[in-house]
Design a protein around this ligand. Sequence first.
Ligand SMILES: Cc1cc2nc3c(=O)[nH]c(=O)nc-3n(C[C@H](O)[C@H](O)[C@H](O)COP(=O)(O)OP(=O)(O)OC[C@H]3O[C@@H](n4cnc5c(N)ncnc54)[C@H](O)[C@@H]3O)c2cc1C
Length: 481
Amino acid sequence: MEELIGRLRGIVGERWCYTAEHQLRTYESDGLLQYAVRPAVAVLPGTAEEVQACVRACAVAGVPWVARGSGSGLSGGALPLAEGVLIVTSRMKRVLEVDLPNQRVCVEPGVTNTAVSSAVAPDFFYPPDPSSQIVCSIGGNVAENSGGAHCFKYGFTTTYVCGLEVVLPDGELVTLGGPELDPPGYDLLGAFVGSEGTLGIATKVWLRVLPAPETVKTLVAFFDSTHAAGEAVSEIVQSGVVPGAIEMMDRIAIEASEQMAHAGYPVGRGAALLVELDGAERECEARFEEVVAVCERCGSDDVRVARDEAERQLFWKTRKAAFPAMGRISPNYFVQDGVIPRTKLPEVLEAIDGLAQEYGMIVANVFHAGDGNLHPLVCFDGRNEGEAERAEELSGRILDACLEAGGSITGEHGVGVDKKRHMPKMFDEPDLAAFQRLRCAWDPAGLANPGKVMPTPRLCGEVPGVYRQHPLEAAGLAERF
Ligand SMILES: Cc1cc2nc3c(=O)[nH]c(=O)nc-3n(C[C@H](O)[C@H](O)[C@H](O)COP(=O)(O)OP(=O)(O)OC[C@H]3O[C@@H](n4cnc5c(N)ncnc54)[C@H](O)[C@@H]3O)c2cc1C
């Protein structure tokens, strides 16, 4: 390792190669703080060439590495390896090209999500908008195929990535896709988006941006229950209205967010539904009235329409404050991320309520209601023995409820280390073997973010096949995740 560290120092310079304990502490976790591993070394390359040289040095030394953007991931995707290298892209923050006539932007991976929209404002915008957008990097967004409030109408990151420059795990620099929309051949770009740092490191990203909508209209409607608000969501969507965003917060989330944002939300109400319409002015006006009528028909007696941009921003601030605001009502919480068919919202929310009561724990709900993408926030006090474990168990049972409803174990936060044990609940052995073969084709030496996403660590030389029980497992001495 010492020899490799010396090489890395030579590539990025002494200043950007961290080995001291106090320097590495910053990097030992991502947003999933329950897991922490101090890497052997963290390097902060400044260019694609430096990334390539670092990856090549790791390949020669046979040392695994993990890519990290801003470290805001919530599934432990950027969790380092104790005997590995952490390659951090936070110095690579240049907007390389803005081509508005062709609606394209090219950026380095460390550029934040918000900075992309800023680079093309005011006439254009970049639609995927994770709530973490002021800090999270485009490289991280690509690796997680990140979503956000406006993805209901506009689609996830994958809809907007048209090209990537990637350093493959053997150090080769390749270009996938390009400025054009749909190049011929296999969709390697599609395979990379959402691959959670297991297929290489993106060093350049070409993104599509859209013309800013002519007008935006936003309301918040309050209901007595999430059930009633869920009915309103279904009715709005079934009526043919396609809101830019449709977001829900339950009673606990309203209470926590109000303490932080001071938007004057009525604490104690069962649910708040934030609906935003955007597009041509006349269409928005007409559709907006329909939305107000649906909310009232479904039981809302308090519909507040944003009177100006400042009030609209306040509505959004309250919604986006929901995760951090939970710290005001609970010392610790897990952010869960599951998906269900939108029509199952009322029954799954009831099931989550039932589970919270069974465990005697608080679960707040704040979510992208239009996509059926739930974010239950499971509150616990880590100082009480066994409470974190019970909260984790409860989180897992919420995912089971999502799967039973025909949904998925993750909507946008990825699998990382956190959810790999749930993968076999969603995919059977041949599916997992197919994923593994794809991974091995890109990374035969298994050096890129090993131990993430796939439930059972496997080497690329192993022949995937039908699962056979290991004798240790049969003897009850080992457990299979
Ligand atoms: C308060 C809060 C709110 C959030 N809201 C949302 C939300 O609304 N929607 C949503 O989708 N997510 C949300 N997230 C999760 C997180 O912000 C996203 O997953 C984001 O895309 C992570 O970006 P990052 O730069 O922080 O990536 P990191 O956490 O650094 O890394 C995430 C993964 O990407 C890989 N990676 C990083 N850079 C590269 C690269 N250049 N090439 C290849 N792989 C790379 C890493 O190895 C890791 O597997 C939220 C997080 C927080 C803390």
